[in-house]
Design a protein around this ligand. Structure first.
Ligand code: SAM
Length: 217
């Protein structure tokens, strides 16, 4: 993805109350010390400008949401939304998801959303894909036993690669579709992301899977 630098975004992100500036310190303490409740935590990894997670937080006040984004120039757009309509159950972290295990304790997260993750088409970059076996291993280490990952993309090659990573990584496929917007069951309650709106308006079909850890029945 080509990024437009937004001057001052790094400083604005660092100063924002909507961003947890020292997330490693919160490992194992998110619910108690950040949100001050007993509600489950759902995260979106690679949230971009944050429309999806902000919409979810607004309609589900009993869930704590954390949006993770690598780049300040993008995260700043999510912060602007949060400033317009502050939500007690929404926080952001600026970080590379490679380090996610240093920020969440085992079992601390109930659901992980991956939306239109960067495809990294070259084979030598496969480990950077958020749906690679390496990332699924990291996610298994922070997810609760009854937790799940929901992944959406319009990239058919990335989706097929991602389907093949599930079982060898110790996960189980619960549901999938190659055409989300024409699948009445999986599309129920669907909230479109910025990328989803753009790609589907160009005629691209949206793929989605839901996976859980294998120990579950
Ligand atoms: N999820 C949004 C959507 O669907 O509209 C944005 C999709 S955009 C293609 C992917 C986003 O993931 C980018 O903003 C990128 O910076 C972020 N990203 C990619 N790899 C990441 C990583 N390892 N850790 C955190 N964010 C990442």
């Amino acid at each position: 993805m080509r990024l437009k630098n937004v001057p001052g975004s790094r400083e604005a992100v660092a100063a924002s109350d909507h961003v947890e500036s020292d997330p490693e310190q919160m490992k194992g303490r998110w619910v108690r010390d950040v949100f001050g409740n007993d509600n489950p935590i759902h995260i979106e990894v690679g949230m971009g400008k944050g429309r999806f997670i902000t919409s979810l937080a607004a309609i589900n006040p009993d869930i704590n949401y954390i949006g993770i984004e690598k780049y300040s120039s993008v995260l700043i757009r999510a912060i602007e939304k949060a400033e317009t309509k502050p939500l007690d159950n929404l926080k952001f972290i600026r970080m590379d998801a490679e380090d996610i295990e240093s920020v969440f304790a085992k079992g601390e997260v109930k659901k992980i959303y991956l939306n239109f993750s960067d495809p990294w088409p070259k084979d030598r970059h496969a480990k950077r894909r958020l749906t690679s076996g390496r990332f699924l291993e990291r996610f298994a280490n922070i997810l609760s036993e009854d937790g799940s990952i929901e992944f959406k993309t319009d990239n058919r090659d990335l989706f097929e690669y991602s389907l093949n990573e599930i079982e060898p990584s110790g996960w189980r496929l619960q549901a999938f579709t190659f055409d989300l917007h024409n699948d009445p069951v999986m599309n129920e309650g669907n909230i479109m992301t910025e990328y989803e709106e753009r790609f589907s308006s160009e005629g691209n079909r949206i793929c989605k899977y839901v996976i859980t850890l294998c120990e579950q029945e």
